[in-house]
Design a protein around this ligand. Structure first.
Ligand code: DC
Length: 213
């Protein structure tokens, strides 16, 4: 049976960085589930659909060919044959993604693709509902947090305009699979920690949760 490390947390908490390091050090495939929600959002915007227009999103979703793959131990995402990368971080996508991610039909489709990764590989997957919905039975659950101030500053330092507070509020208050600390998760606050310290704390947490390298 393959193993899944679930990492949840709010926007810009540092979970992607930790997930990548853990993937490299523990020999796992790193799956960025947020990129999948961003990809569907990008396609929705390309089609001129408003992010609040749920019926139009659902009907567009039915026609989307979503290919969740991997390259060099990182997940990749293509829609209708187009590999999506930098475009996923556009501010239009930042602003719209938590509306699209609140649509249950979108979540259902993407959760299935996320679970499929575990069929072939051990994975570390980061997102909002990985420990609560995608892999509720995994014992290896982490929740990476950081203060709102620190998260806003991190996004600004990356040159990204991202209203993290508004996005978090929508991600935490939606009906389907809201962001929350799932039962059994170990919480790491990265506000005052450097990257290496967070990675170290994550590895110690995994050992506590019974991970054997
Ligand atoms: O991790 P991120 O900031 O790239 O995620 C983008 C958006 O996708 C986030 O605002 C909420 C949504 N998301 C989600 O609803 N569930 C996940 N498992 C991952 C992301």
């Amino acid at each position: 049976m393959n193993r899944a490390v679930a990492i949840d947390g709010p926007a810009a908490s540092g979970k992607s960085t930790v997930a990548k390091r853990l993937a490299d050090q523990l020999g796992l495939v790193m799956v960025n589930s947020g990129a999948m929600y961003r990809a569907v959002t990008w396609q929705v915007l390309q089609l001129g659909i408003a992010p609040e227009d749920t019926p139009a999103i659902i009907s567009a979703l039915e026609k989307m060919e979503i290919d969740a793959g991997q390259k060099d131990n990182r997940s990749t995402i293509s829609i209708n044959g187009q590999l999506l990368e930098e475009e996923l971080r556009a501010s239009e996508v930042n602003n719209a993604v938590s509306f699209v991610a609140a649509v249950p039909e979108v979540r259902e489709k993407l959760v299935q693709l996320q679970r499929d990764y575990l069929e072939k590989n051990d994975v570390v997957m980061e997102g909002r509902d990985i420990g609560s919905v995608v892999f509720p039975d995994t014992p290896y659950k982490l929740y990476i947090d950081a203060s709102e101030e620190v998260r806003r500053a991190r996004r600004a330092a990356d040159g990204e305009a991202d209203a993290v507070a508004a996005r978090d509020a929508r991600d935490s208050n939606r009906k389907t699979a809201p962001l929350k600390i799932s039962e059994g998760a170990i919480v790491i606050d990265s506000s005052d920690l450097g990257v290496e310290e967070v990675v170290q704390a994550a590895k110690e947490a995994l050992l506590k949760l019974g991970w054997i390298g």
